[in-house]
Design a protein around this ligand. Structure first.
Ligand SMILES: Nc1ncnc2c1ncn2[C@@H]1O[C@H](COP(=O)(O)OP(=O)(O)OP(=O)(O)O)[C@@H](O)[C@H]1O
Ligand SMILES: [Mg+2]
Length: 358
């Protein structure tokens, strides 16, 4: 799936964007969702992506969202209110944000941001600070856009109540006959019910609904050679939501020293110095944006999102591995065990972590 596209695809793309016969295509990056290529033509480099229409059922909506966000960020940057680079969509010759080829595939093009790299893991608190600052500035720059400017590309994506209900249904149905083997992890997951009353009370207290990124993994941020964040990428899941989703996801991917599928559960701990750096970066980057309700719940956000992703891995395991790509039969169960170990550590440390938020 990640090879160089077939001649018919290259011809379709070349026609849509007016590429020369000399255009060269190469595989780019470690993305898991879309297919990403570097196109070099006439001395210019561009990033060409084939949208994954199994994940994104409404690709036209994804492209409208990407266009709304990049256009708005471009205006904020021009006005001196956003200090980071902005992804630039390259329209087709027909002026469209994407090309639909004869085989039904959706393709879009961004300018390549030069001299940058991504990090798969945060190896120093300074990287966590940069990530927090970059994603914080991104969220703040989008406050003037308003949540109605983008559509819900994956409905109820981070909704903790729906994810918990889906888990309970999967446990009841037990369609793959795995509930007994997963019993201890399912019991840990049932304890996620503890956070739902607080989540509901946040909504009732008027938790801000904003334009959020919804996939704030470290590798969705481009860094320069000196370790500074340069540009937020991967805008496909931009939707209306809470900044707690984004901050929680950053915690999920940066606080533990081991990967999300590590089976060394005694190594799944919360690195407080990374949390402190992340929170400091987020607060600095987002300027005046955070309400008291949001700020006071940043440690809670980590529990919330780690629990939600744990539920999703476990639900998928109980359903027979229909969503997440697995490398071996118990992969989703191991991921769920890891996330609930992290959830337990975050629950234990919640007050100490929140005290680190500036
Ligand atoms: N405009 C760009 N300039 C430079 N590199 C880029 C650009 N866009 C994407 N990349 C590279 O391509 C990789 C994949 O891009 P992207 O994150 O958009 O794909 P994805 O499949 O949606 O990823 P994910 O698995 O995170 O959902 C990035 O990690 C980065 O290395
Ligand atoms: Mg990505």
């Amino acid at each position: 799936m990640n090879g160089i596209p077939a001649p018919a695809t290259r011809a379709g793309v070349a026609e849509a964007w007016g590429l020369s016969p000399q255009a060269r295509f190469a595989h780019l990056g470690n993305g898991l969702i879309n297919r990403t290529l570097l196109v070099t033509d006439d001395g210019r480099r561009r990033v060409l992506q084939c949208l994954n229409t199994h994940v994104f059922r409404d690709p036209a909506l994804v492209m409208r969202n990407c266009h709304a966000v990049t256009a708005h960020l471009g205006r904020e940057r021009a006005a001196g209110r956003y200090g980071y680079s902005v992804l630039e969509l390259v329209p087709t010759l027909a002026g469209e944000p994407a090309a639909v080829l004869d085989d039904g595939t959706w393709w879009r093009m961004y300018d390549h941001v030069p001299d940058t790299r991504t990090h798969e893991t945060a190896d120093t608190p300074a990287t966590a600070f940069e990530a927090g600052r970059g994603f914080g500035a991104f969220a703040a720059a989008l406050t003037s856009l308003g949540p109605d400017a983008v559509g819900e590309v994956i409905p109820h994506f981070h909704d903790p109540v729906r994810r918990f209900d889906a888990f309970r249904k999967a446990l009841d149905d037990d369609r793959a006959g795995r509930a007994t083997e997963a019993k201890a992890t399912c019991n840990a997951a049932l304890a996620f019910a503890d956070v739902l009353p607080h989540w509901r009370s946040l909504r009732e207290q008027g938790l801000a609904w904003r334009v959020t990124h919804n996939d704030c993994k470290l590798n969705n941020l481009l860094f320069d050679a000196s370790g500074h964040a340069v540009c937020v990428i991967d805008l496909d899941t931009v939707m209306p939501g809470s900044v707690l989703f984004d901050f929680g996801d950053m915690c999920r991917t940066m606080l533990s020293p081991v990967p999300e599928d590590s089976i060394e559960l005694d190594r799944v701990v919360v690195r407080h110095d990374y949390f402190e750096a992340l929170a400091r970066g987020y607060v600095e980057g987002s300027g005046e944006m955070l309400t008291a309700l949001e700020r006071d719940n940043l440690a809670f956000a980590a529990r919330l999102i780690v629990g939600v992703i744990g539920l999703r891995f476990l639900t998928d395991y109980l359903d027979g591995d229909r969503y997440f790509r697995i490398a071996h039969p118990t992969h989703n169960l191991e991921r769920a065990r890891n996330q609930f170990a992290l959830y337990a550590a975050l629950t234990r440390d919640a007050d100490a972590l929140q005290a680190l938020v500036p």
